[in-house]
Design a protein around this ligand. Structure first.
Ligand code: UTP
Length: 468
């Protein structure tokens, strides 16, 4: 026993983990000889980042040793799946938690205004012309479905893409989406006079949805799509945080695991980039990437015309939108202009729009204008990005999207949380890092044509509908 402790102490000193570190994690020190040198490096990083509490409940050597190794397998995964590793995650978390505690407004210095975009009327000449342009362009597009979400608000245990999109045939969302993509592929090919391409379809999944999505596809022969046309990309979760010092939260069910939660759909950009899929699409001559969500059965009625808008107006980013009622729980697409001259067109979440307006000279805040709707188009989070500029941007950022943190504090002192929190990111925040020269626009469609997501349980859905 003594020799074990000695060799561990030697290892500690070799790695520069001096007495102070070892004293703050005696249980780690006792178990160090169980770990590989890579794992000891990770232990050192955790200690340097103030995470010694993770080892407080570790048993003596000989007890739970496999669990201890599994703990470090998890740490290695958390470290490798986050740009810049866990160290960077903890550092960013501390900064964002300090900003949140101080009540810092992320839009400080920015003034909102209504941006310019296309407002379409279903069936008129403009709509039909854009639609035709979009169908023609579809052969140059790739589709990306983000389907890693838990659907907590809906309160449904299965994967949302397996829910029926309509009740006459019971066709599920995934089948509906695939059939729409295949129909677009066929029409686009016909217009291109035989110059046909298969439209690639990527699906972002998570541990919560991956195997069930794969099973749904396999047991239905990919709903008629070629299996090679479909790529599943699994997003990893991120570590939960227990306090303002970004101490990582232990899994309540296992003292050898860190609690994890989803990082948000913003992961899709980094995954498309790191998987090499974007490059593959670019090399194949594709021009557009269309992002959509798991339960919007109407969406594909709006896709051709919106793609036509992107192609005609050469939008680098085109957000699909619907008319928004003031205070409705969807974000508003807003131009934000900073006192220093910076400007961007971005989604402002509904709970941030009202205070932002009130603070910048609009004393009534988020209210309807003479049209009976908010002047800010309602973001439905379906994005069309032009692939070339998108690739260029991702070469710079690696696909990292500006994150946020949303801790639920126990009280006004903001010193402790009701439950653990984590960093999150949203795919619609992609334009935040774009240069002012980027062409960012939107396309507004009627709600009945474009937007009917399944997000809320029936009680909450009734409350949302009462606003309309
Ligand atoms: P939602 O806002 O509907 O979130 O996600 P959700 O996680 O599915 O539902 P709640 O918030 O728990 O009630 C919008 C889209 O983003 C995907 C969802 O699958 C949905 O298509 N998503 C969300 C991801 O792909 N990954 C995530 O981490 C979160």
């Amino acid at each position: 026993m003594a020799s074990t402790v000695d060799s561990a102490a030697e290892q500690l000193s070799k790695l520069g983990i001096d007495g102070a570190f070892a004293d703050s994690a005696p249980n780690l020190k006792k178990n160090l000889h169980l770990l590989s040198s890579e794992q000891v490096e990770l232990a050192k990083m955790l200690m340097e980042m103030g995470q010694s509490h993770l080892f407080e409940k570790w048993a003596a050597p000989g007890v739970d040793d496999n669990e201890k190794r599994a703990f470090f397998d998890q740490v290695a995964k958390l470290n490798s799946s986050y740009p810049g590793g866990l160290k960077s995650y903890i550092k960013t978390a501390r900064e964002l938690l300090a900003d949140s505690k101080a009540g810092k407004n992320p839009f400080d210095g920015f003034t909102p205004s209504v941006p310019t975009g296309e407002v379409l009327k279903f069936g008129d000449d403009t709509f039909i012309n854009y639609e035709q342009a979009g169908v023609k362009e579809a052969k140059n597009a790739a589709f990306v479905l983000v389907a890693g979400g838990l659907g907590e608000r809906l309160g449904y245990n299965g994967i949302k893409v397996a829910l029926p999109a309509e009740t006459t045939t019971g066709t599920c969302f995934l089948q509906n989406y695939i059939e729409c993509i295949l129909a677009l592929q066929e029409s686009s090919c016909r217009l291109a006079e035989g110059k046909c391409q298969e439209i690639p379809f990527a699906i972002m999944t998570s541990d919560d949805t991956h195997s069930r999505t794969q099973e749904l596809l396999e047991s239905n022969s990919y709903f008629g799509m070629k299996p090679t046309q479909v790529k599943l990309l699994k997003q990893e979760k991120v570590a939960c945080l227990d306090d303002n010092d970004a101490r990582l939260a232990m899994d309540p069910k296992n003292k050898y695991r860190i609690q994890t939660k989803p990082h948000g759909h913003g992961d899709v950009h980094a995954l498309l980039y790191s998987s090499g899929l974007l490059k593959e699409w670019h090399d194949a001559g594709l021009k557009w990437v269309l992002f959509f969500q798991d339960t919007n059965g109407l969406l594909f009625k709006a896709i051709p015309a919106s793609l036509g808008v992107s192609a005609t107006k050469q939008y680098h980013v085109n957000s699909l939108a619907v008319p928004r009622k003031a205070k409705e729980a969807i974000g508003g697409i807003t131009r934000l202009t900073h006192a220093d001259g910076r400007s961007m067109v971005i989604n402002v979440e509904y709970n941030q729009l009202d205070p932002l307006l009130r603070a910048t000279g609009f004393p009534d805040g988020d209210v309807n204008c003479e049209t009976g709707y908010s002047p800010f188009p309602g973001n439905i989070n379906q994005l069309i990005l032009e692939l070339g500029p998108y690739m260029e941007e991702l070469k710079k950022t690696g696909g990292a999207i500006k994150e946020f943190v949303n801790p639920k504090y126990k009280d006004a002192s903001k010193t402790s949380f009701k439950s653990s929190t984590r960093l999150e990111c949203m795919m619609q925040d992609y334009p935040k890092t774009l240069p002012p020269s980027a062409k960012v626009g939107f396309t507004v469609m009627d709600t009945w044509l474009a937007y009917a997501p399944v997000k809320n349980n029936p009680e909450d859905a009734a409350k949302v509908n009462s606003l309309r």
